[in-house]
Structures are given as structure tokens and as C-alpha cells.
Design a protein around this ligand. Structure first.
Ligand code: GLN
Length: 276
């Protein structure tokens, strides 16, 4: 194996990075001069821009997440631009898309969707691609996050379907057939104990939901029903062990728990509610 590769791998391992070989391959690919040539088994460095590679490696050694280094993360059927102002789209959040597809079987349906805390825009854009006649309002209170969403809207050519707005959901007046959200849901303690990749490189604003992580569900339970038509759905992501609390929080709000979906680790991760 090439000396540079060997040394790089050792450095990543010393930092306890969980998939050092995979990360190395991705960084090499990203630093390839041959238009992102795929470097498979031999970890060849012949066509690598060494200066670029070393800079990427150093960022990873500092525990910057891969997606933040290469500024791209796959989610559902597309790649999304990301930077430090948004959460990297996570695989478990794709379950929101799956559940929406499960609820609304007619892909030609003309309906109105609200995405609260859109961040990179990955949920809104994925839904826009699945439901070509859906009209989506995607909101966030972070101007910087909305700039990222705007960039993704442009990349994925979704201007005709998605309207981005910098607004708190409490100030939204119209009604929707579906509301989706992956709100901040970590407790302060969970955030403090999170991996450096999350704690140091992802926006706290998008991660922490007050002291116990449940702040946004409480706010949602007071307000969301006013934004929903009869028979509208609300599909959201929740944190570890928040299912029971969320069920209680929403119980008195006129929304009924419709379904609980586990992620691949078996953790209750997505709740869907119905307004009757
Ligand atoms: N699942 C994320 C994490 O643990 C948190 C995402 C969120 O707060 N919505 O890093």
C-alpha cells in the first residue's frame, strides 16, 4: 500500500473514526483529478490532488463529518448540498418520505404540504419529486439554512413546487393536508454527550429541543391542529425514548396517533398523526 495511504489510515484510526477505510476512499475520490474517479480496491493515489486530499484528511481528523467536507449528502433519491448551517440529512429521516408515500398512494394528488424546519430542504424536495402536483411550503427560522435549501431547490429544479419562507410556524396562517417535520429533539445533555461530528459541526439550533428535548412537540401540540384540514396528517421524527412523552403531549390536542415506525436499529423514530 502507498505510504501516504497507510499513514492516513493510521491517523484516522488513532482518532477512533468509525469507518476509516470507507472515509479514506470517499476523501480520495473527492480529491481525484479524474472527475471523481471511483477508487475501488487498490487505494491508488496516482490521480489524486495531494494538497486537496491532505486538507480533506486533516478536516476529517478534526472530526468534521464527511458530508460537511465534501459538501454533499445523499438522501432518498438525490444528493443534497450541505454546509455547517444545516443538519446532514440522516437515513432514518427517509422514513418520513416512506410513510408519506404509504399514506398518500396517489402520486398525482394535488395537495398542500408544510415542512417545518426544512434545513437543507431534503424532505420538501424529496416529496416534491415524488408528488409532482403537490404544493409545498418549506419554512425555517434560520436564514443560513434557507440559503442552503434555496441552493438545493435550484440544483433539483423545484421552484415551481416549493416556496421557502423564513417564518416561525406559529405565524403561519394557511391550512395544509400534510405537515412534516424533523424538529430539534436532543436534550441539552444528549447534545453535550454527542459525537464531535455532531456537537462541533452541526447547528445546535437544529438539534436541541430545550432541556428535555420535547420543547417543539409541546409547541406543535398547541398549534398544529389550526394549520391542518380535517383528515390531514402530521408526520414527524422523534428522538430515542420520546414516543410515550410525545403520545401524551399530542393526546389532548385533537390529533390521533396513527402509526409508529421503527428505524433500522429498532428505535421508535417516526410518528404519524391524523386530525379527525
Ligand atoms: N438524529 C439526530 C442526532 O442524533 C438529531 C436530529 C434532530 O434533532 N432532529 O444527531
Amino acid at each position: 500500500m502507498n505510504k501516504l495511504i497507510k499513514e492516513s489510515l493510521t491517523k484516522l484510526k488513532q482518532k477512533n473514526i468509525s469507518n476509516p477505510e470507507l472515509d479514506l476512499r470517499i476523501l480520495l475520490k473527492h480529491a481525484s483529478k479524474k472527475n471523481n474517479e471511483i477508487i475501488l480496491s487498490n487505494l491508488n493515489v496516482d490521480n489524486i490532488d495531494i494538497v486537496k486530499f491532505k486538507s480533506y484528511l486533516q478536516q476529517r481528523i478534526n472530526r468534521q463529518p464527511i458530508a460537511k467536507i465534501i459538501k454533499k449528502k445523499p438522501f432518498w433519491k438525490n444528493d443534497f448540498y450541505v454546509n455547517n448551517f444545516v443538519l446532514d440529512p440522516r437515513p432514518e429521516t427517509e422514513l418520513i418520505i416512506e410513510e408519506v408515500l404509504n399514506i398518500f398512494k396517489n402520486k398525482n394528488l394535488k395537495f398542500k404540504i408544510l415542512d417545518i424546519g426544512t434545513g437543507s430542504g431534503c424532505i420538501a424536495i424529496s416529496l416534491a419529486k415524488e408528488f409532482k402536483n403537490a404544493s409545498i411550503t418549506a419554512i425555517d427560522i434560520s436564514k443560513e439554512a434557507l440559503e442552503v435549501a434555496e441552493k438545493n431547490l435550484k440544483i433539483h429544479n423545484c421552484y415551481n413546487q416549493i416556496q421557502l419562507k423564513m417564518i416561525d410556524f406559529k405565524n403561519i396562517k394557511s391550512k395544509f393536508d400534510l405537515i412534516v417535520s424533523n424538529p430539534p429533539y436532543l436534550s441539552n445533555e444528549q447534545f453535550n454527550n454527542a459525537d464531535p461530528e455532531v456537537k462541533n459541526f452541526e447547528p445546535k439550533l437544529a438539534l436541541v429541543g430545550g432541556d428535555d428535548g420535547l420543547k417543539f412537540y409541546r409547541e406543535y401540540s398547541n398549534n398544529l391542529k389550526n394549520l391542518m384540514n380535517k383528515s390531514s396528517y402530521f408526520v414527524c421524527e422523534i428522538g430515542n425514548n420520546q414516543r410515550q412523552d410525545c403520545e401524551e403531549i399530542f393526546e389532548n390536542s385533537g390529533l390521533f396517533l396513527n402509526k409508529v415506525i421503527n428505524d433500522l436499529q429498532g428505535i421508535e423514530r417516526i410518528l404519524s398523526f391524523l386530525k379527525i
